[in-house]
Ligand binder design. Structure first.
Ligand code: COI
Length: 393
């Protein structure tokens, strides 16, 4: 499975003549043409169907990956879709030593008519450029970003699951990432960089589906500090969260919540998701964006969908004391986590070394309602009045 095709010399040549879509060997998108190297051994349909029936999260991968190379001399070039498989990296590649890496998470959804769509990919493209600037990596154009998703999906559309019903949130999770591949141990931005997109069929991120999750409040680990990389989607932020995540698991929790580094008081985000607080008077509060918080695409969409549903969205600082007191007084009725992978997942309790904030067991109706609205949009069951969907196939 996933044999690596031989890479002809011509692929090193960035100058390609644009050809029409689906010519067989090329896939043209605005400003670029992806050369197609089909896998010699694609996964058999029955094996793929077994995977799609129960994909879990991040365990299985489609037959191809998109790739674009960057060098300081030639810029972005060598657009291709090639068989999924191990990368050849020099042991001195900068990413292995200094972590010069960024990534994105975005999903492809199959609609009832068989077409495949992504949700606000231009937001991910924009964030990817922002992350690149912070990590001193080259910026990839929005056309190349969205084009790479389309080029990969043109090959691997069979890997997009068909949802069985409205509660089924299966999709093809796309993971664009960029690494510093230059062989050089000096500490400076790399002169050679590779961008890839891999695709993984995905069901619910949490094992319990939308059952409320328990969160561990990290008391001494911090995820991000002012001036650091917290707002960027880089591997280092996630690596920095893992010791706290281990601590969370030791306490029976599936995620970890971080407070700010300066005052140890303000709620920032979970290891890989943003947080929302539902107030009984209709306010929908989420920590305002700072350079220590990742600007989630789902977060931004929930603010808009919340307003559409008659809630009053508020982006502001919210302290751990406000969470504790708000639940005790009944002001805060629900808390939920959101992200591309997690969609919208209710929080059942926040456990810390000092105490536990137990959320009311009242059904998490608002989280479920917003989640339903979001999924209906993503799967084409509701009118896309904000123009958030982009067709991939
Ligand atoms: C996503 O939601 O796409 C992320 O990148 C978060 C990660 C925890 C899977």
């Amino acid at each position: 499975m996933h044999a690596r095709a031989v890479r002809p010399e011509a692929f090193e040549n960035p100058k390609k003549t644009p050809v029409s879509r689906h010519s067989g060997d090329f896939f043209a998108v605005p400003h670029a043409t992806f050369e197609i190297l089909p896998s010699a051994m694609p996964t058999a349909a029955n094996i793929r169907d077994d995977v799609l029936a129960n994909p879990g999260f991040g365990r299985y991968f489609s037959d191809h990956m998109a790739h674009v190379r960057w060098t300081a001399d030639a810029g972005w070039h060598g657009h291709e879709v090639r068989p999924y498989g191990p990368l050849t990296l020099d042991p001195a590649a900068a990413v292995l030593h200094y972590g010069q890496e960024i990534f994105e998470g975005i999903k492809a959804y199959r609609h009832a008519d068989g077409s495949v769509w992504s949700f606000r990919p231009e937001k991910n493209a924009e964030r990817f450029r922002r992350s690149a600037r912070r990590l001193a990596l080259p910026e990839l154009s929005d056309e190349d970003f969205v084009g790479s998703l389309k080029a990969l999906l043109a090959q691997d559309q069979a890997w997009v699951p068909t949802p069985r019903n409205e509660a089924d949130e299966s999709s093809l999770y796309l993971r664009p990432f960029m690494i510093a591949s230059e062989k050089f141990l000096g500490v400076r931005p790399a002169h050679e960089v590779d961008y890839y997109v891999i695709a993984s069929p995905a069901g619910a991120y949490f094992k319990g589906g939308i059952a409320p999750v328990s969160i561990w409040l990290s008391s001494h680990y911090k995820r991000a500090a002012p001036g650091g990389t917290g707002f960027a989607k880089c591997g280092g932020n996630y690596a920095a969260s893992l010791a706290a995540q281990k601590e969370a698991e030791k306490h029976g929790c599936s995620q970890v919540a971080f407070l700010d580094a300066a005052e140890n008081k303000w709620i920032e985000e979970l290891g890989g998701m943003n947080l929302f607080f539902v107030y009984k008077d209709g306010r929908l509060v989420t920590p305002r964006l700072t350079d220590t918080i990742l600007e989630g695409v789902t977060r931004d969409s929930v603010l808009t969908l919340g307003r559409d549903e008659g809630f009053i969205p508020e982006e502001r600082a919210i302290s751990i004391d406000e969470w504790r007191d708000g639940v005790a007084s009944g002001e805060i009725t629900e808390v939920f986590a959101c992200g591309t992978a997690a969609v919208i997942t209710p929080v059942g309790q926040l456990i810390s070394e000092d105490d536990t904030i137990q959320m009311p067991d009242a059904g998490n109706e608002i989280a479920k309602r917003l989640r339903g609205k979001l999924l209906d949009l993503q799967y084409g069951r509701a009118e896309d009045k904000h123009g958030w969907l982009t067709r991939l196939v």
